[in-house]
Ligand binder design. Structure first.
Ligand SMILES: Cc1cc2nc3c(=O)[nH]c(=O)nc-3n(C[C@H](O)[C@H](O)[C@H](O)COP(=O)(O)OP(=O)(O)OC[C@H]3O[C@@H](n4cnc5c(N)ncnc54)[C@H](O)[C@@H]3O)c2cc1C
Length: 452
């Protein structure tokens, strides 16, 4: 069941016992992180009857769906910046960043198979069936998204509804915002997989931050985690690190794998807004429709409006004179431009990170802004009102790349130590990554079930 936030009594009791009394656990597999990567592996193995322990650094926040609640899910309330000042978002909670994602699904690029011999077709198909990934029906394409689509098509773009992780039967155009957490249970999140894994016997321990992997004779033996009640040691036959593009490289570096975190992509994005006489984008499902025809150039464009607090913050970060624009928040049409950046930057052991926006990145960003402005003008927005937000990023990944830090089976140089999340994506990306990450998790499950 979608977003059933309450684990069964039995599992809750077990969780409390673990947290309160048990200091040492034995399991088949320990999964670090409960985002799409960790959840996909955890559920796959739980279905095979394997003993799975999931260690999640964040809490199991039960209140979602409002600006106030989202502040608690998102790391540092959204105020996380690179050394160069790039704002990067991630959520630390059961389900990871998928709890606040837009629910957009894009297939993995063909180079996964052509270049790395990783054929994900079977696994993406399985995920499509299981989750019900489909474009939104017409009734859920909001008035602003429809206006933008019409204008983009008039200008010759192939601007179409995009596949979504959204169950149309449960979705209404009335809730505050997908990015604040879906309260209708319509948007799939990794919590759905975690819930099912727990129902099948997996153990989830929240507020368990893993520092490093226990390694003996070049073999992973499990992990140690710090919880509010002290240290928990988990001994496991296999260890899967799925702490996300920014969490995983730190754990790997602390475990002696120093190539992790050297270079990463963040998929920089911005939103271009213009005031419209009809309904604005704020109430539409974000990223309902867009164009993927510029993907070869490294640009994706979709309709999108920020939740009000993010709009306000970005107006402030742009400059104090942009703050009054907030008074017209509900009248803006918004178009997001997301670009494929290079693998510049670094995640440091202390959690700080560097991510420059290069000239090549800026070229794509500026092209996106230019096209967005044309579409907004065509849609009938006031040309004088058009402005863009500062650049920010929401898809950190590529920090434990296939071919460099892990092999094509997602195993590191340390035996029985695997990585499964956005970190393993081997090349600059620029696409919504969740469908690919889920597929990688399913593929890793297939391998692990034969060896443990
Ligand atoms: C606003 C927004 C919108 C987005 N929209 C889309 C979209 O529409 N489509 C799409 O495909 N993608 C989207 N994304 C990106 C997508 O959500 C992420 O790329 C995806 O969730 C990454 O999955 P992951 O498993 O790699 O890591 P995460 O989802 O980041 O999960 C990692 C988990 O590991 C935990 N963790 C971290 N460190 C530790 C530790 N030391 N010990 C234990 N646990 C730890 C974290 O708390 C977290 O729960 C969006 C992102 C944002 C911010």
């Amino acid at each position: 069941m979608r977003n059933n936030l309450h684990y069964s009594d039995k599992r809750q009791t077990e969780y409390k016992l673990m947290n309160g009394e048990i200091r040492m656990l034995e399991t088949d597999v320990v999964v670090v992180g409960s985002g799409p990567g960790g959840a996909s592996v955890a559920l796959g193995l739980a279905k095979q009857g394997k003993k799975v322990v999931i260690l999640e650094r964040g809490r199991h926040h039960k209140r979602i769906g409002s600006t106030f609640a989202a502040l608690f899910l998102v790391e540092r309330c959204g105020f996380r910046f690179s050394q160069e000042g790039l704002n990067v978002f991630r959520a630390l909670t059961t389900g990871g960043t998928s709890v606040t994602f837009c629910g957009t699904a894009v297939l993995p690029p063909s180079w996964f198979n052509d270049k790395y011999g990783i054929d994900l077709s079977e696994y993406v198909g399985e995920a499509r069936e299981e989750i019900g990934i489909n474009p939104l029906p017409d009734r859920l394409i909001g008035p602003a998204a429809s206006r933008i689509m019409e204008a983009a098509r008039d200008l010759g773009f192939q601007w179409n509804p995009i596949d979504k992780f959204i169950d149309a039967d449960r979705c209404e155009l009335k809730c505050p915002h997908c990015m604040l957490g879906c309260t209708e249970g319509a948007k799939w999140t990794a919590r759905d997989y975690i819930q099912e894994a727990v129902d099948r016997g997996a153990t989830l321990i929240n507020r368990a931050a893993v520092n490093e992997v226990t390694i003996e004779n070049h073999q992973a033996r499990g992990v140690q985690a710090m919880t509010p009640r002290g240290r928990v040691t988990v001994n496991a036959k296999a260890t899967v690190v799925s702490a996300g593009g920014m969490g995983t490289p730190i754990i790997l570096q602390r475990s002696g794998i120093f190539d992790a975190g050297q270079g990463f992509f963040a998929d920089p994005l911005l939103v271009t807004y213009g005031i419209y006489k009809g309904p604005g984008s704020w109430k539409d499902i974000p990223m309902s429709a867009g164009t993927l025809e510029l993907v070869p150039e490294g640009i994706v464009m979709t309709d999108l409006a920020d939740p009000w607090a993010t709009f306000l913050l970005n107006a402030y970060w742009k400059g104090w004179r942009y703050l009054p624009k907030f008074s017209k928040y509900r009248r803006y049409l918004g178009i997001m431009t997301k670009v494929r950046d290079g693998l510049d930057g670094r995640i440091n052991l202390d959690g700080t990170f560097s991510k420059p926006i290069t000239y090549a990145d800026r070229w794509k960003i500026d092209k996106g802004i230019n096209l967005a402005e044309k579409i907004l003008k065509r849609a009938g927005t006031d040309p004088e009102s058009i402005f863009t937000t500062p650049v920010r990023a929401a898809h950190p990944g590529g920090t434990a790349r296939i071919g460099e830090v892990v092999n094509t089976d997602l195993e590191t140089e340390v035996k029985n130590l695997y990585v499964c999340d956005a970190s393993v994506i081997p090349e600059p990306w620029g696409l919504p990554p969740v469908w690919t990450i889920i597929a990688l998790g399913k593929r890793l499950t297939r391998r692990l079930e034969t060896i443990i």
